[in-house]
Write a protein of this length. Structure first.
Length: 216
């Protein structure tokens, strides 16, 4: 009787082990069988994603037209980096939820100012009693532009029955450039550009032997 129980126990253990091996083999066969289907599904998802979100293609026109070439003698003496938040909307105040278009634009811009030495003439330099008098041109802004790598549309909300104004972002960018320029002017960029020009030219003229320089 005891021998029979031992045989039954051994047989049960054999069945358990055999079942585990068989289950593992079936799982492996199932994974191998469905692997091509999964690969096809993933490939199809990739293709669908490419169709719905295509990579933009930029093709420059091979023809280049140079309209003007000018020599410059600009002395850039200061640069401002300015950030502004611009809100632009289509003006549909009453029916905003239906036909409105509103965007929030984060603008990063650069403003560079200095003096244009090309405007100077011979009479702008006067030497008397060893003192050099220099009549500098008025400081001006040379560049006021957006940094496209840092500027972006933070948020845009359109109405239920509109796809949005096509030129709204363009208008926001134009307004941003103007606001960045105004911010730099209000902060005194022109005055500081003039002072920096005097310091730089004074050091340069000193190396030429002009110890006493007066700027007008």
């Amino acid at each position: 009787m005891k021998k029979n129980w031992i045989l039954i126990a051994i047989f049960c253990i054999f069945l358990v082990v055999f079942g585990m091996v068989l289950s593992a083999n079936l799982r492996r066969m199932t994974e191998n069988a469905f692997a091509p289907i999964n690969d096809s599904t993933n490939a199809m998802k990739t293709q669908v994603a490419r169709v719905l979100h295509p990579t933009p293609t930029v093709i420059p026109d091979p023809v280049t037209i140079i309209n003007d070439v000018r020599g410059l003698a600009r002395l850039e003496t200061i640069q401002y980096s300015v950030e502004k938040i611009i809100t632009a909307d289509s003006g549909q105040e009453v029916l905003t939820q239906l036909f409105g278009d509103r965007l929030l634009f984060v603008a990063h811009g650069v403003v560079i100012a200095g003096v244009d030495l090309n405007q100077m003439k011979a009479e702008d330099l006067d030497i008397r009693n060893g003192i050099l008098t220099v009549n500098l041109p008025e400081p001006e802004v040379f560049i006021a532009t957006l940094d496209n790598e840092k500027s972006y549309v933070y948020d845009r909300q359109t109405g239920l029955f509109t796809k949005g104004e096509t030129d709204l972002e363009t208008l926001a960018r134009q307004a941003a450039e103007e606001e960045i320029l105004n911010a730099a002017r209000e902060d005194g960029i022109l005055e500081q550009a003039g002072l920096n020009a005097e310091v730089y030219l004074a050091q340069f003229l000193d190396t030429l032997g002009f110890d006493d320089v007066i700027f007008e």
